[in-house]
Design a protein around this ligand. Structure first.
Ligand SMILES: C/C=C(\C)C(=O)SCCNC(=O)CCNC(=O)[C@H](O)C(C)(C)COP(=O)(O)OP(=O)(O)OC[C@H]1O[C@@H](n2cnc3c(N)ncnc32)[C@H](O)[C@@H]1OP(=O)(O)O
Length: 731
């Protein structure tokens, strides 16, 4: 709804649709009604549009998308038109966020004033669509093509100050000011002034002459940054119309572009992702506890054990979240290097204005290096981040048990190992949990939190809350080898090496993944992280080529298929980018170049094993890499290790840079259709057999397909659990 009042001849229309004042159908209806009322009331000389509560409208109601209600008039464009056509000056009074349709109605107004701490932007591209209420045509007319292309194709939020410097915001109201009062005064002063040039559809785009060169520049950038995504490209094409066509023709091009994007699977996937991102914070452990009833502990001081790459990143996350951070590293050289890195990073953040001087000095003061376990006696929570070895981790947990106060939570940053086994060496298993950060921890958005069998509701609530304070997408999962992410990802990696054995080369596989939308292929990523990382993990598990007793078949570990190609690569000193050679070679830059030496290694291997290389199609490559991962995703859901398919999708989007416009592996499977996915998995299972158990069709996937075909992704768990809970379900 909207509220209407007249103050001192100024009509004030305030959108009132908590929490975000989204422009839902009922809001649009009442906005237009009040606009007409203000227009026809002779006592009203000007009109202010604002938001009640937290914010100016943040855009269209995303919940209405793909539903018939979104098509019910009036549209946002009807409101924008009415505001612009009004004979009385219309003023948008912005506080909080004016985003998407919110900014578009502000662009319909003749003037815009904004609180200094407010944000403006057209982020529709992030939902796989475009600003569909004239934003693609009006914004370039105010801030120019170059800026509009940047704003719309990337969907960033911008400060009111930036908006003012570009002519979008007419006045910035300082902190502490009352936006409504300022707007009323502004509106009074605007009465009687000419509105001609204030109607943005009347004016032309200032840098229209540069349209072709700007198009080329931005198209190049978006195809690199948002590989495979349709929306940024359509956005640019539609913005181009603002420079070449009349306003009305431009609007038609916007309408057509919107039609194309709304019909694409990408927009559905991105809208799904928007809600999924918010849904994961509403965690629950069925029958035990959930985000609404568990109370987190207050965490003031955190300990981080180990100052390697992970420990340093985790310490930065803790400092940014305002925690006193004790970093324990007993090796003096490693401690000096770690602390130097952290302080250097704080300084970089300060220089980039991500933090101010005061925050920088607070963070530096809150960093406390210690060189023995006693130094951790005051922390509320400790995260160990040492090498991935159960033996070492158990020793650390025993020491932590002795020195940490009884209330302290003991967490491990393990990426694969059993949390319950670590908990078993302590007297406080209810206070033990996993906090799996992804490298680099201070950059990657994901935190995969692992609840142990005995983790208490308070412990779970605390690690989830800490993730939120670190501003991470924090997903709660159950305990098993590799948890959700690495357990599923192992098959993606394994299949990529099998593909090399059978006929592909690294670039061929990587190109398929790049076309799918990944920023980097599997082998490029391997080189970037270092081929030594995986090797050390395999060595810890006794899997590497060199650890096998004489006579062990090269391509088997036990009764399972194994590819030793990754081990050979490491043994040749090809550690990846840092060694300037890995799956690729690097000559003076980070550009991966296919290396004949790697090709020879693969060819020799094939010859030794009498493998006749065959052509592997892009379609097979993609299916071989993604479908076993999806199959395992269904096993993970069946076992309750992940509570929902969107939990898995968020783990992959934020931890493994899975392209957002596909929604994530589970949503992608839903887009393809579960019957089709199962068909491929079943065919492959027949071919591969027991030595490749990752192709064994998941019970849950099979049951869903047999009984429901391709049910809505929101119904998977409900349908399956209902059936599973029935007696004699055999599931
Ligand atoms: C054509 C298309 C047009 C014209 C459009 O306008 S498309 C929409 C463009 N606008 C956006 O994409 C903005 C979406 N919202 C956000 O980015 C953020 O919510 C925020 C930056 C505005 C605020 O962030 P934050 O303070 O963290 O709050 P939450 O994101 O957690 O949001 C709180 C609840 O509000 C719901 N929400 C937010 N925006 C919308 C919306 N546009 N439509 C419907 N619902 C919205 C959000 O889902 C949260 O709901 P709950 O999880 O609490 O149920």
């Amino acid at each position: 709804m909207a509220k209407y009042s007249v103050e001192n001849e100024v009509a004030v229309i305030a959108v009132d649709n908590p929490p975000m004042n989204a422009l839902s159908h009922h809001v649009r209806k009442s906005l237009l009604k009040y606009l007409k009322e203000a227009e026809s009331d002779e006592k009203v000389t000007s009109i202010v549009l604002c938001g009640d509560g937290r914010t100016f409208p943040v855009g269209a109601d995303i919940k209405e998308f793909h539903k018939s209600v979104s098509k019910l008039g009036p549209t946002i464009l009807d409101i924008v038109d009415a505001l612009e056509k009004s004979k009385k000056p219309t003023i948008a009074a912005i506080h909080g966020n004016a985003l998407g349709g919110g900014l578009e109605i502000a662009l319909g107004c003749h003037y815009r004033i904004a609180m200094t701490n407010s944000k403006v932007g057209l982020p529709e591209v992030k939902l796989g669509i475009l600003p569909g209420a004239g934003g693609t045509q009006r914004l370039p007319r105010v801030i120019g093509l170059d800026n509009a292309m940047q704003w719309i194709a990337y969907g960033g939020h911008h400060s009111a100050g930036i908006g003012a410097s570009l002519g979008l915001i007419d006045r910035v109201v300082p902190q502490g000011g009352n936006i409504r009062e300022h707007a009323i005064l502004f509106a009074k002063a605007a009465v009687g002034k000419s509105l001609g040039q204030r109607r943005l559809s009347n004016i032309s785009v200032p840098d229209a002459a540069k349209v072709e060169s700007l198009m080329a520049k931005h198209l190049k950038e978006v195809s690199k940054k948002s590989r495979g995504a349709l929306a940024p490209i359509v956005c640019l094409q539609v913005i181009k119309s603002s420079a070449l066509l009349s306003y009305q023709e431009g609007l038609e091009s916007e309408r057509q572009g919107m039609f194309t994007l709304l019909a694409s699977s990408q927009s559905r996937a991105q809208i799904y992702s928007f809600f999924a991102e918010r849904q994961v914070s509403k965690w629950s452990v069925p029958g035990v506890t959930n985000y609404q009833n568990a109370v987190p502990m207050k965490v003031k001081a955190v300990g981080v054990v180990g100052l390697g790459t992970m420990g340093r990143g985790i310490a930065i996350c803790c400092l940014r979240a305002g925690k006193i951070t004790y970093v324990l590293e007993m090796n003096t050289k490693a401690q000096t290097a770690g602390v130097k890195y952290i302080r250097g990073y704080i300084e970089t953040m300060r220089k980039r204005k991500q933090i101010n001087d005061q925050q920088s000095s607070m963070m530096n003061n809150a960093l406390i290096p210690v060189d023995n376990y006693n130094g951790l006696k005051n922390v509320d929570l400790v995260i160990e981040a040492v090498f991935e070895s159960m033996k070492i981790k158990k020793e650390i947990f025993k020491k932590l048990e002795k020195v940490c106060k009884p209330s302290a939570i003991l967490a491990s940053n393990t990426s694969t190992l059993n949390i319950d086994e670590m908990a078993s060496v302590t007297k406080r298993p209810q206070k033990v949990a996993g906090m799996h950060f992804f490298a680099p921890a201070h950059i990657m958005m994901l935190l995969e939190n692992i609840r142990g069998e005995k983790s208490s509701p308070e412990t779970i609530a605390t690690i989830m809350d800490l993730g939120k304070q670190m501003r991470k997408t924090t997903v709660l999962v159950g305990n098993c080898h590799g948890f959700v992410g690495n357990r599923m990802f192992a098959y993606y990696t394994a299949e990529s090496s099998f593909l090399l054995e059978e006929g592909a080369y690294p670039k061929q596989v990587d190109d398929v993944l790049l076309d799918y939308g990944f920023a980097m292929g599997r082998f490029q990523v391997g080189d970037l992280s270092g081929t030594d990382i995986g090797y050390k993990i395999r060595r810890e598990r006794g899997l590497t080529h060199k650890q096998q007793p004489a006579g062990t078949p090269e391509r088997k570990r036990g009764d399972r298929r194994y590819s030793p190609l990754d081990d050979f690569l490491y043994e040749k000193g090809r550690y990846g980018l840092k060694a300037r050679k890995g799956w690729y070679k690097y000559e003076g830059s980070r550009t991966p170049i296919p290396d004949p030496e790697v090709r020879k290694m693969i060819d020799d291997f094939r010859k030794r094993h009498n493998i006749n290389p065959r052509h592997i199609s892009p379609e097979e490559t993609l299916q071989r890499m993604i479908f076993p991962l999806v199959n395992e995703g269904f096993n993970v859901l069946d076992e309750g290790i992940a509570a929902n398919p969107w939990d898995i999708d968020m783990i992959f989007q934020h931890g493994y840079a899975w392209p957002r416009h596909t929604g994530g592996p589970m949503y992608y499977a839903y887009t393809i259709g579960l019957p089709q996915v199962l068909k491929v998995i079943e065919e492959r299972w027949k071919l591969a057999g027991a030595s490749e158990p990752h192709w064994k069709p998941s019970k849950m996937l099979t049951w869903l397909v047999e009984h429901h075909g391709n049910p809505d992704i929101n119904d998977w768990i409900k349908l399956y659990k209902e059936r599973k809970s029935q007696p004699n379900s055999n599931l």
